[in-house]
Design a protein around this ligand. Sequence first.
Ligand SMILES: [Zn+2]
Length: 327
Amino acid sequence: MPENACPACRGRAGKEVERHRDPVSATDYALRRCAACGLVFAQPRVSVGAAWYAAAVPDETPLPPERDWRFRAFLADAPAGTRVLDVGCGEGQFLRLARERGCPGVGFDWDERRTARARAAGLDACTRDWEAFLASRRDGEFGAACLFDVLEHAPEPAALIGGLRRLLEPGGLLAITVPNESRPLPLGREAYDYPPHHFTRWTRSAMKSFLEREGFRVLRQDAAMRESFYLRDVLAAKLAFEPAARLARRLRGDSRPRAASEPAQAPPPLSRDAARARSGARAALFAVYSAAAKTALWPVAAGLGAWYRAARLDPGHCLYTLAQKNG
Ligand SMILES: [Zn+2]
């Protein structure tokens, strides 16, 4: 594939739309938009290891799976008895819910600590080399594959989908969720939506043309805004947590000289729980601050959410796509 080629459509693409320096690894990235399909993609795209994730991404408590609309959407779409493969299964929240709803399955995750917890809960989940995992499975073994917020992390999305396609039976389902690139960003882009955390940014049409190219038929897509809590959390991160973290760093006097092995600056807050403190006293203080900030911002978020739902197509933060393998 030529340099600068779009990883979704292989078009010779790429007007540069943004530059980004990852504060953890001090790596510089260019973000380009494909002129053909509209995908925004990073260069370079090299997977970072577990150490980067440990430094940059907080260990969040997931939503109870019953409340996760991505899971509910897929389980409403999939016939009972469908055998599922959950790529990026984490601790197995979706696998457990799917099993309860009559869809037994297998999980894969790149984080051994999380799949160990899934196995301890009686689920079939593993961590190993991805190519070895693919080679260990039978052609057409699964009725469905799910990638919940995984594809945007893949350096080469076509390779990931191509490998999965073989494991699906003819007519098998593929469910993908990604951050919706058409969502409103009232205070700018979230800190987590940059490389090397996310390498690609998808619109509805970029996803559809990508999956059609990879041998799938798109059955439905959904990027509706269901609730305003995500907007509230984005506002809280930008207006309350990030300024508080900056102030805390200043108070600690983080102007001391750094060792060469230290990151250039503290990792950015990546999510609504990013500023969660680790010690008990700090955690309690942060919980009070967080609750107060979210309560104060709730009416603003609710008003903004109502406006976006009325005025915009695809205002949701998540894009769900259900596709079916051809042949
Ligand atoms: Zn493209």
